[in-house]
Design a protein around this ligand. Structure first.
Ligand code: FES
Length: 118
């Protein structure tokens, strides 16, 4: 059991490890993201969590960044590393954004809309 000190945490990356994402390299994405965080000495700034399916399997591999609420699609090990570098700089990986709480569905021209809730 682990209990991290989160006082310096500025970003939380949820890395999808659901079935579809795992079939498309989710383990390699997870390892690349965590390796890049360590390489940059950013372990105190960025916390990561493996998740189950996030309901956007068509966009595998999915990574979600908080507190911004940015959903990334088609993440591979290299774009995962870029994503970490951008977030360390306080930026986002614009090319891979699927959805952002602030900006709504900005990648709708490149993404499956999905099933309406409710
Ligand atoms: S398995 Fe990752 S979104 Fe479904």
């Amino acid at each position: 059991m682990t209990t991290w000190n989160l006082q310096q945490t500025r970003c939380h990356l949820l890395i999808c490890n659901g079935g579809s994402c795992m079939k498309r390299g989710g383990e390699e994405v997870t390892q690349a993201i965590r390796d890049e965080i360590t390489k940059l000495g950013a372990d105190k700034l960025i916390h990561t969590t493996r998740t189950r399916c996030n309901g956007r399997c068509a966009d595998a591999c999915v990574v979600i960044a908080y507190p911004e609420g940015v959903w990334y699609k088609d993440i591979n090990p290299e774009t995962g590393r870029q994503l970490v570098r951008r977030h360390v700089e306080g930026q986002q990986l614009e090319e891979q954004i699927l959805y952002s709480f602030d900006r709504q569905f900005i990648a709708s021209d490149r993404a499956v809309e999905g099933i309406a809730k409710g």
